[in-house]
Design a protein around this ligand. Sequence first.
Ligand SMILES: [Zn+2]
Length: 388
Amino acid sequence: MLSEPTGSVTGAGALLSILRDGQARTRAELVQLTGLARSTVSQRLDALLSHQWIVPATDAISSGGRPATAFAFNQGARVVAAADLGATHARVAVTDLASNVLLERTADLPIDRGPEATLAWLVETLQGLLDETGGQLCGVGVGLPGPVEHSTGRPVNPPIMPGWDGFPVPEWLGQRLGAPVLVDNDVNIMALGEHWARSEVEHLVFVKIGTGIGCGIISERRLHRGAQGAAGDIGHIRVTSDREVVCRCGNTGCLEAVAGGASIAGQLTAAGVPAANSRDVVGLVRAGNTQAVQLIRQAGREVGDVLASIVNFFNPSVIVIGGDIAEAGEHVLAGVREVIYSRSLPLATQHLSIRATELGDRAGVIGAAVMVIEAVLAPEAVDLTVNS
Ligand SMILES: [Zn+2]
């Protein structure tokens, strides 16, 4: 049993953090890295070994003639359940502690069926996946297509989710799955997923352009949620447009009302090219429909108009464009780039890269897993497990 206070910067959890880079290290190397006494390092390694957080590595390094055992992070120590619930579609996965997807399922699942029907489906599906993968579940991460109050994990006045306002999602799922549950909005978890794929980037903005428009902000490698969890809601920033469009929020001229997937589909339909949603728009762009290409490029410029201010204000090094409309590819990116590069300050755009999503549809589930893993493997959380 360790006697150090929990949360100590040199506790077992801090030792595990060092090993999370995937490199195996010997006792001697860890002594050198931490400055701790050899006996203290041994004691902490024993605690981490007994809870399976680490394993002896097979490639023992020889020092002074005698082989020394190296220790490595055990990414299979626990499993994580992750879900990305969209407006009409769900993706669910079980991952290891390095966000590798072990098993996944997708389904058509309208979120407006309400919380109990939706979450009952989620519990049943996750239990099925967990039965197949085995392993000890350490946490559940869920993304929802609406605003979520970060401190409680509850949806707050979500416009497209009738019946969900204030629903205790973490408690409801936690009781049935027997593990802690973290909930965030879908754009934030996508930002976490994209950042995981480009972990060397410190300041990243992820923009989702679908039926709605929103962004997730990574600042100094961490998700910036703001005071209530509402940071990044750029869909309702007013843009200068020739068209006075009323938004679903009640205001006029919101970015989402002008450049979102529903708006583009509506404009195409009015012009005699029937389109019901973002996917239809993307289909038309891919088929080379000139009107669809022009409208999507214009939508890119309108998004770029808002992002130009954000670039000046926040100075990200990478902007990642995702969501259904982003599948129209270069046409959207071209519009976004055109405005950002002409309107932002040269210093802010000098090394700015504007790219399409790398993870595509999977950004959300991977990000939901990352959210759980960062909480479970935080040094103070690991210290609590080895001290219990
Ligand atoms: Zn609005």
